[in-house]
Unconditional design. Structure first.
Length: 435
């Protein structure tokens, strides 16, 4: 299958200041869905909630999302539940496209996702269709989705989208239900004409249980397998709720001697920065400043993105009632778009501002040399400890600054919340304090 061209091009990551605008904004237009997936973040229901945003409120939200940036507006993702259960989904796609947003939709693989529906979404301005595939066989996928025939609908819909010339993203949630199927999934992905494989690592929220998560050691193995697949494939790969994939990639590239400049970091351009920052006769001033350890990776260090999109940091989520969250996996309300601008919420809410300040991280994440290209999953930290600034609970990596410490289990619940300065050499403590 050949890859299709997207309707709108992706903005340069260095044109986006995550303090001011997200790279991705996701709107759950409805909780209604005909599937009963075991991990469902939304805890979907069969019928629409009467408290959903109205069509007019939805249009107003789309207009506000466009206000984030003149040069690099966020990728706008319409999700659910099942977006096709909303009678306004085509109107939302059309309006978002008309104001200049790139629009992706994540429909459920049910009988509603017909070739005609896919064609209609494309005609109204759809940029990309993202669809979930959680097993290499009908047995694994349908068991996960709790719906016989879901696998067949998924495979058909992928083919229909490619035939319609729509770029395709496949979402896979990695959990105990399919951890032994990863090799087969990697092989299967190479057969599709997809643009992006998005691997979601289960967070215990919604219907997802902590018992459904795989172990930290299995995470490391799975992330390595995903990297090796992406390296040989003609599609891109990103992870959600596993930002330490970026660390795995950089480690592998350095070991192979293929990322000599991966340690050279750049910060994003600041919209409205000084004249010196905007000068065109050489590098802007921020490029020439001293960079913090583990700062922003250069664009070729990781193919898809120069910086990790994380909860509340380049990412924002709006639910069907208009409540705003750092992500769909971090159930911490930060306001409601019915009363307040999404732009103001994202830029100024104290919890979101804190999440973007990785110098406030706890546990070994604070002293990690990959701190600012990874940051750990804030959603998992919150789910496991109740503190969104706690250390990533499912990462086995021990930073060099802490490698000399013996007899400490860095993934123990108390150490996820610990201030690790007491374990550091004075020069390392001073270095990370300045970051």
């Amino acid at each position: 299958m050949s890859q299709a061209a997207e309707r709108r091009s992706k903005p340069n990551f260095f044109d986006i200041d995550f303090e001011k605008a997200p790279f991705i904004a996701i709107w759950e237009v409805t909780r209604a869905c005909d599937l009963r997936c075991v991990h469902c973040r939304a805890e979907a229901i069969p019928s629409r909630d009467p408290e959903e945003l109205t069509r007019e409120q939805g249009f107003a939200l789309i207009d506000e999302l466009r206000r984030f940036s003149d040069t690099a507006p966020p990728l706008f993702v319409i999700t659910g539940g099942d977006p096709l259960k909303s009678p306004y989904v085509y109107d939302y796609i059309k309006h978002a496209d008309s104001v200049g947003l790139r629009v992706a939709v994540t429909p459920s693989a049910t009988g509603l996702l017909t070739r005609e529906a896919i064609h209609k979404m494309k005609e109204n301005g759809l940029t990309r269709m993202a669809i979930s595939l959680d097993g290499s066989t009908p047995e694994i996928h349908d068991n996960f989705r709790r719906q016989p025939g879901s696998y067949a609908h998924t495979i058909r819909a992928i083919g229909d989208a490619v035939a319609e010339g729509i770029t395709v993203q496949i979402n896979t949630t990695i959990s105990r239900w399919n951890v032994n199927d990863i090799d087969n999934l990697c092989a299967l992905m190479k057969k599709f004409g997809l643009t992006l494989w998005a691997a979601f690592f289960l967070v215990p929220t919604g219907r997802g249980e902590e018992s459904d998560e795989i172990s930290p050691e299995q995470y490391e193995e799975a992330l390595t397998k995903l990297y090796n697949t992406a390296k040989a494939a003609d599609f891109d790969l990103k992870t959600t709720a596993a930002p330490h994939y970026r660390r795995v990639v950089l480690q592998a590239q350095r070991a192979a001697g293929s990322s000599g400049d991966s340690g050279a970091y750049l910060k994003p351009r600041k919209e409205g920065g000084s004249a010196q920052d905007r000068k065109t006769d050489g590098p802007p001033a921020w490029v020439l400043r001293d960079m913090k350890p583990g700062g922003w990776a250069k664009g070729d260090a990781i193919g898809r993105a120069s910086r990790g999109v994380n909860d509340g940091n380049g990412f924002i989520f709006i639910d069907h009632q208009g409540f705003v969250y750092p992500s769909g996996f971090l159930p911490l309300r930060c306001g409601n778009v019915k009363q307040q601008s999404i732009v103001d919420i994202y830029r100024n809410h104290p919890d979101l501002k804190r999440m973007r300040d990785f110098s406030q991280l706890k546990g070994k994440c604070w002293a990690c040399d990959y701190r600012d290209v990874c940051g750990g999953a804030r959603s998992r930290a919150y789910a496991v400890t109740g503190d969104y600034m706690a250390s990533e609970a499912w990462c086995t990596y021990v930073p060099p600054a802490l490698a000399h410490v013996q007899g400490v289990n860095w993934l123990a619940s108390d150490m996820l919340l610990a201030d690790v300065r007491q374990y550091l050499k004075p020069e390392d403590a001073a270095r990370f304090d300045k970051s």
